[in-house]
Design a protein around this ligand. Structure first.
Ligand code: PRP
Length: 185
């Protein structure tokens, strides 16, 4: 079955359309480009896997020079429930010390992943450290985390598309949609 047909069966409703996301990404890129106009060494660090689509779109809209790097983190899950423990699977390729670092995340849920990442990165003495997140679920937060640029606040539903997955599926849908409860319960 084609991906779109499979997705239609699993999806409750589309929350953020391709156009809405594109518009917001353009706004965020404009804001970031203004804020970093004088920064000489900006590095975007995408958190894999989820951020790869957001980062690709955001980076191509930036008008300031920048580098791109990635880090891979994973939370220890029990079924679909996060235990709060995070592990690093892959570190950045280049050092972030004395550089302006912008972390790019697809989603902040409990906050544990970003909390771990920011603590790890602060210890490496970057010139500055900010965070850009596409979607945040404030109702789910267990630890407060810094978000400097936010795309959208979303309700507590299981979201897929634009980098977000369910069991590694639906990541490359061009929109963000809520899954039907029966799919993940
Ligand atoms: C997702 C997402 C964030 C994290 C947020 O990653 O990309 O990194 O969960 O959740 P938290 O705020 O509760 O920590 P996931 O561990 O699902 O890995 P993936 O990006 O490879 O899908």
């Amino acid at each position: 079955m084609a991906q779109e047909a499979r997705a239609r069966e699993a999806i409750e409703r589309v929350l953020l359309s391709e156009e809405e996301i594109a518009r917001r990404v353009r706004e965020l890129a404009g804001q970031i480009s203004d804020d970093y106009a004088d920064a000489d060494d900006l590095v975007l660090v995408g958190v894999l896997k989820g951020s790869f689509i957001f980062l690709a779109d955001l980076a191509r809209r930036l008008t300031v020079p920048h580098h791109v790097d990635f880090i891979a983190l994973s939370s220890y899950n029990r079924g679909t429930v996060s235990t709060g423990a995070v592990r690093m699977i892959m570190d950045t390729r280049s050092s972030i010390s004395n550089r302006h670092v912008l972390v790019v995340e697809d989603i902040v849920d409990t906050g544990h992943t970003l909390d771990y990442l920011l603590r790890t990165f602060r210890a490496r003495n970057p010139a500055s450290l900010r965070v850009c997140v596409l979607v945040s679920k404030p109702e789910r937060r267990q630890v407060e985390v810094q978000i400097d640029y936010l795309g959208f606040e979303v309700p507590d539903m299981w979201l897929v598309g634009y980098g977000l997955d369910y069991a590694d599926r639906f990541r490359t849908l061009p929109y963000i949609a809520a899954l039907k409860e029966e799919v993940y319960r």
